[in-house]
Write a protein that binds this ligand. Structure first.
Ligand code: CTP
Ligand code: MG
Length: 222
């Protein structure tokens, strides 16, 4: 099975608040996007397409391996993934969509996603249990009800897809409008069963400054 990795790296990182796009923010001296590409490759993905902010293409080219393909991203993550998918090598039958903002994803997570696809899943996501008590809060700030936690999962990336299933999802999206935040829910909406494999706390997304401080500690300990 030939799989291509798509890395969504075209966001600006407003919540992190750095002076450069989030994917270029250094962790242990290397930009987040470089870590993300390396973990895909270490997990068994060879071809990688990275969606980057159009104005920053040169800065991304300077820090990524020469054989990584760069495409201009779009205004939303969905647009960025769609553009990278359109540029993916024709021979790739499977696609792993990953966030540049997850620098420390263990290669074993990537390998689990690939193994599920090789085993016949058309869509697969890495998940983790919800550990905190989870409640619904009403508009006036009161706890309305608690939520049964046992079946809840937090969804991470890389998310793996049969290419035709993902392309069909994006094709449908053009007719529906861009309101999906996640590729797996998009594919699920066209009737494809989405399988799960174990995610990893190390694969946490860097969103706010606290996440970067935590990632620095973890990267230093490797
Ligand atoms: N992303 C993208 N294209 C966009 C928006 C986001 O490729 N137009 C990517 C980001 O680069 C990131 C991933 O999608 O790797 C997850 O998005 P998020 O964590 O929200 O990153 P940002 O959008 O950059 O951050 P923020 O929402 O805080 O501005
Ligand atoms: Mg965002």
């Amino acid at each position: 099975m030939h799989a291509v990795g798509i890395v969504a790296a075209a966001g600006s990182g407003l919540r992190l608040g750095a002076e450069v796009p989030k994917a270029l923010v250094p962790l242990g001296g290397r930009p987040l996007v470089g870590w993300a590409v390396d973990s895909l490759r270490a997990g068994g993905v060879v071809d990688v397409v990275v969606a980057v902010p159009e104005a920053e293409r040169d800065a991304f080219a300077a820090v990524l391996p020469a054989d990584v393909q760069l495409v201009p991203g779009g205004a939303t993550r969905t647009d960025s993934v769609r553009r990278a998918l359109a540029a993916a090598p024709a021979e790739a039958q499977a696609v792993l969509v990953h966030d540049a903002a997850r620098p420390l994803t263990p290669p074993a997570v990537v390998a689990r996603v690939l193994a599920a696809l090789a085993g016949g899943a058309r869509a697969v996501v890495p998940v983790l249990p919800v550990v905190d008590t989870t409640v619904v809060v009403t508009e006036d700030g009161l706890v309305g009800s608690d939520v049964a936690r046992a079946p809840l999962r937090r969804v991470q990336t890389p998310q793996g897809f049969d290419r035709s299933a993902l392309e069909a999802g994006y094709h449908r999206l053009e007719q529906l409008g861009s309101w999906f935040t996640d590729d797996a829910t998009l594919v699920m909406s066209s009737g494809v069963a989405v399988h799960t494999v174990a995610g990893d706390e190390l694969s946490a997304k860097v969103t706010v400054p606290h996440d970067l401080r935590l990632a620095e500690l973890l990267a230093a300990g490797r």
